[in-house]
Design a protein around this ligand. Sequence first.
Ligand SMILES: *Cc1c(COP(=O)(O)O)cnc(C)c1O
Length: 394
Amino acid sequence: MSTASAFDPSALQPDSAAQLPSAPASATPASTTLPAERIRVRAALESLPAYVAGKPAPDDGVRRFKISSNESPFPPVETVREAAVAALGEAHRYPDAAAQALREALGAEHGVEPSRIALSTGSVAVTGDLVRALVDQGDEVVYAWRSFEAYPILVGSHGGTPVQVPVTARGEHDLEAMAEAITERTRLVLLCTPNNPTGPSLSTADVEEFLTRVPEHVVVAIDEAYREFHDPATVLDSAGILARHGNVVLLRTFSKLQGLAGLRIGYAIAHPRLARALSQVTLPFGASRPAQAAALATLQPEARAVLDRRAAWIRTERDRVAAALAEQGWDLPVTQGNFIYFPLGEQSQDFAAFADARGLVLRAYGADGVRATIAEPEASDLLIDIAAAWREHS
Ligand SMILES: *Cc1c(COP(=O)(O)O)cnc(C)c1O
């Protein structure tokens, strides 16, 4: 006979907490001295650049727009937010580690079997999974530079050797030089289109021609984080490329147009063999319940219609800003992302400081350039004014 008492979760809600024994006060105060250590951190970490996140707006009374992280200026679509909130009610349960419902929906979306979809906590994490699945100590990963800041960190931290191929003066991938950079040790090539932070994109013909020069055992990852902001008439036929090449993997995120950067979810579409390898190395239970639910909700027709309108709005706004800057005499790389790049070289830090003092937080990249995200129209208007003032001042 069971003697278990009736299970009543509501009896243990906070209003009954007063009846619970209180936790003992911590006996040992926090110590300010640290013990000696002889930890052996991997030597590879010594040479890694730190990921510099977009600066938060400082709290000094100046009203600032933070347009330094390519985030969406729009909060999540209401139905998407509701799905995430509803999923919180189940937060005491582990998420579906296989993310079956989401992978099926994404498979249908892309016309591929769900077995070809691999998910993780953002496409940065999926890129890390690619490195861990493919790259042994000393193997090489080829990518353009300047490109996404996370690449050198992901490659180097997993023991790979980064091979950075400079972008052209127009901020474009130099595919000729990238093909030449492939060696016996190359396991992975990362193409970023549109390229963050410079803006230009790759054409289908360019990528197909490049692929003829890549050995079939070398994986080519196409990072399409900004795909939705591209002119739809000329956007890369990545589905066709994927269908034709067993060594191509597409990387997609919910962080940009879908506005879920804070929930962390992204995915790869790959050959089933590679997708399986990714699932073997990925963080177990990485994509949380709210993240899976929210991502799934973005694929519903109603949410999709809203997102399509937002993408069109960003494109129009970007073209408005680019035209205004061209009018002022700026000669900037063509951008297909939700951002604009100023290749200012040695003046980059000064320009970012100049903008900061006038209410805009931008992202400066060493002595290469400065990136501004297309966000609120007030922020874009301010960017146009600041860019004009800079030209007068310098
Ligand atoms: C923002 C961005 C991503 C997306 O990263 P998440 O981890 O999904 O947030 C991927 N690639 C590039 C080039 C990006 O700029």
